[in-house]
Design a protein around this ligand. Structure first.
Ligand code: HEC
Ligand code: HEC
Length: 386
């Protein structure tokens, strides 16, 4: 019959006492009876508690494991004070699956903001891991993890890093220069797809994550986070969960909050397209964004048909950007005529000089393209830009 083993430190203590004091009999009598009792099995061992270890400002860790963000790195099981989250409308990234996490230092809180990014406290860590499921029809099945991106709020602003996973899937190392990864997966229709997936260089993060002079969180906004998530006890609203934990301050009631909808859900078409644009285009196509000189403004507020001019979303708008690709068409959006709309041709292109978004993808997002097409086709032609 096997006895439960005692811990190495206890064993060491016992043997040194034995040798030093020669009190063998006394010690044996004094040892807790649990050590020898078979009738009283020990409780299941608790998983070890892993506590996040942020790097010093300006000196990021070289490997992902050094951050201690995970209790189990491979399984992406978060550590203490690391919460998973989902966005309502994800950025399309060549059909990769994404896992997102947020860590706050003890005692720190997020300040609610209705429009822009939430007010994250210094020390916040935002994490996004990209992987390819072997088969998109089984998203929970076998997968290959590609990269883990981190935004760490240092006293001087957000620091952006990415860590590329090894083939053994045991560790990821920090990469500044970017990289291509030859990857393959089976798509939703059962077709095998080969993709030269591109890890961006860390200068490119700001092409999307910078507005005017500030580096910003893009998914960390009320309109993206205002959705349900199952933390293990059934779905609850993420913002309300953060508030209940004491992580988020100033959350107004749901009726006063604006939120996106699932672009591929069952809401009204215009809301779904606006949500798609907000997630996939507005990082650049917004006031202060990288493409603001084009005057094509695609954030959720700028595309409100009740209050905004339709030129914001390209209706009968002649491109302003010099040298911009036009595919031989005249207007960004021709109501009722997707085939004569620059927007469609640029979303459908894989040519580096033409495609939109210009970064972060190598594959055409067929479902997103179909959605925008359907929306343009549904617009009444009314003299179409004459
Ligand atoms: C093509 C634009 C684009 C580029 C380039 C880009 N991001 Fe993002 N990123 C987004 C968008 C949009 C979101 C929010 C939507 C989502 O997560 O699907 C996001 C979300 C994130 C998140 C989750 C937290 C948050 O703010 O939403 C992290 C972390 C992140 N990005 C890090 C990086 C890093 C690091 C780089 C550079 C290596 C980078 N990103 C490059 C557009 C981009
Ligand atoms: C990483 C930044 C970035 C993202 C994301 C992005 N764009 Fe652009 N876009 C630009 C820049 C910069 C220009 C101006 C230069 C050019 O025309 O290539 C531009 C120009 C355009 C134009 C021509 C606009 C004009 O009137 O001059 C269209 C149409 C367009 N984008 C559509 C989109 C759509 C639709 C999306 C989302 C599916 C998107 N873009 C996402 C950066 C971006």
């Amino acid at each position: 019959m096997q006895r439960p083993s005692i811990s190495p430190s206890l064993a060491r203590l016992r043997s040194s006492l034995w040798l030093a004091l020669g009190l063998a009999t006394l010690l044996a009598a004094a040892l807790p009876s649990a050590c020898s009792s078979d009738a009283d099995p020990r409780p299941e061992p608790e998983p070890p508690v892993v506590v996040v270890t942020p790097p010093e400002p300006g000196a990021p860790w070289e490997s992902l494991s050094e951050w201690n963000l995970y209790a189990d790195l491979r399984a992406q099981e978060p550590a203490e004070r690391v919460l998973p989250f989902e966005v309502i409308a994800p950025l399309f990234s060549d059909y990769t699956k994404k896992r997102r996490f947020v860590h706050l230092p003890e005692g720190a809180t997020i300040a609610y903001a209705s429009e822009g990014p939430l007010g994250f406290p210094v020390g916040t860590i935002l994490v996004k891991t990209f992987s390819y499921p072997a088969d998109l029809r089984e998203p929970e099945g076998e997968e290959r993890i590609l990269e883990t991106r981190i935004l760490h709020l240092e006293p001087n602003g957000w620091a952006a890093h990415t860590y590329v996973w090894n083939d053994e899937q045991t560790e990821a190392v920090r990469l500044v220069a970017g990289k291509f990864i030859d990857a393959s997966f089976v798509d939703a229709s059962g077709q095998a797809v080969q993709n030269l997936y591109r890890v961006p260089n860390t200068n490119e993060c700001k092409d999307c994550h910078q507005n005017q002079d500030s580096f910003v969180s893009l998914g960390g906004r009320s309109r993206q986070l205002d959705r349900a998530y199952d933390y293990g006890e059934g779905p609850v609203n993420q913002l309300e969960h953060l508030a209940a934990l004491g992580w988020l301050e100033g959350l107004p009631p749901a009726s006063e909050r604006t939120k996106l909808v699932d672009p591929f859900g069952s809401d009204e078409l215009s809301l779904r397209v606006r949500s798609y644009f907000d997630a996939n285009c507005s990082a650049c196509h917004t006031t202060g964004g990288n493409a603001s000189q084009s005057s094509l403004l695609l954030d959720f507020a700028a595309t409100d048909p009740e209050s905004q001019p339709s030129s914001n979303w390209g209706v009968c708008k002649i491109p302003t950007s010099a040298g911009g690709a036009t595919c031989g068409h005249t207007y960004d959006v021709v109501p009722g005529d997707p085939d004569r709309s620059i927007m469609i041709c640029r979303m459908a292109s894989t040519d580096l000089e033409v495609r939109m978004p210009p970064l972060g993808i190598r594959l055409v997002h067929a479902e997103g393209l179909a959605l925008v097409r359907q929306w343009i086709a549904s617009m009444p032609p009314e003299g179409s830009c004459q």
